[in-house]
Design a protein around this ligand. Structure first.
Ligand code: MTE
Length: 324
């Protein structure tokens, strides 16, 4: 039986990014400009704190792919200190300030399982995987279903490269992705009313679309734990909950996967979850969004501004609930 609890991103739009959060962020930024911030182990500079011991650190920064640009609404990337300290990662708590709790995430050893309708199932070591993928940097917008947004430089590789590596057979219609499951490490997973582990899915057409990106780094460094180290999805035309973090399993299936949020609350969160300002969430409008750190709301765009790239994916699917 599902237990209905109010989750962070179910709050009304007027409360989606409370002023107090912005004020706390400003305080944080002030602290940062003084050169240091308090982390679990003591005082250390925030910018380098989570890149220190990552075995792939030598790979970054990677060359930016100039194809993907920001727009006038959102001309500058979000400051790193905001994108790395205001997060959704329910495995570590249902509030936004989980970045310290997420430092408990153990990212080595880390293996990725590839299974299902593939020529040969395999388990790959994360470092072997990352080192053989075509790494690049992309500036992408990110629109959370809660009506906040950011724009960040992800490092990583096109998801198509991973699909090619997996060699799916013709029976594969979907990719089902799964986050780690370890309640000893991630205390949020003790919240038994959620259907752990976090699961997401894409159609094969979406997964091989040029915009679908597997991110392994952020701001020219390995991925911070709180943002989904060591690898996460970035599908910028969809609401942010589709961009599953800390993936351990890619299963190629012929059945549409049921995602974590769909299983939790199917009347509010569906499979497609494409951004559309004209289709409200059942409890708040999606017409506007508030960029992290911004003072003003800005209009949300269809497919989060990526319509020219992705509209074709959906031209024969107009009967589907594409925007929830
Ligand atoms: N992935 C996992 N495993 N757990 C989560 O709670 N939250 C999602 C998505 N991926 C989430 C997740 C949501 S709602 C959003 S908006 C983005 O991660 C937030 O990514 P960010 O913290 O890097 O901004």
């Amino acid at each position: 039986m599902l237990i209905k609890r109010r989750r962070g991103w179910e709050i009304p739009e007027r409360d989606a990014t409370p002023e107090s959060v912005y004020l706390r962020r400003r305080d944080l930024l002030k602290g940062l400009s003084a050169g240091a911030t308090m982390l679990a182990g003591g005082l250390m500079p925030l910018r380098s704190a989570w890149a220190n011991d990552d075995p792939t650190a030598d790979l970054y920064p990677v060359t930016r792919n100039p194809t993907y640009t920001l727009d006038d609404r959102f001309p500058e990337p979000t400051p790193e200190e905001l994108a790395t300290t205001y997060n959704n990662f329910y495995e570590f708590g249902s509030h936004k300030q989980i970045w310290q709790a997420a430092q408990a995430l153990e990212i080595r050893p880390w293996t990725v399982i590839i299974e299902g309708y593939v020529e040969e199932a395999k388990t790959v070591d994360i470092d072997d995987l990352i080192r053989q993928m075509p790494l690049e940097e992309r500036l992408y917008r990110h629109r959370c279903v809660e009506a906040w947004s950011m724009a960040v430089p992800w490092s990583g590789f096109p998801m198509k490269a991973l699909v090619d590596f997996a060699k799916p057979t013709s029976s594969a219609k979907y990719v089902r992705m799964e986050t780690f499951h370890d309640a000893d490490m991630a205390s949020g997973q003790r919240q038994f009313w959620y259907p752990w582990p976090y699961v997401e899915g894409l159609t094969i057409e979406e997964a091989t679309h040029e915009l679908a990106f597997i991110a392994t780094g952020l701001y020219g460094k390995p991925m911070p734990k709180q943002n989904g180290a060591p690898l996460r999805l970035a599908v910028p035309w969809k609401y942010g909950f589709k961009s599953i973090k800390s993936i351990v399993r890619f299963a190629f299936t012929d059945e549409r996967p049921i995602s974590f949020w769909e299983e939790t609350q199917a009347s509010e969160y569906g499979f497609w979850a494409n951004v559309n300002p004209e289709v409200s969430h059942p409890r708040w409008s999606q017409a506007m969004e508030k960029p992290l750190g911004g003072e003003e709301k800005i209009p949300t765009l269809l497919y989060n501004g990526y319509e020219e790239f992705v509209a074709d994916l959906y031209k024969d699917l107009q009967d589907e609930p594409l925007f929830m």
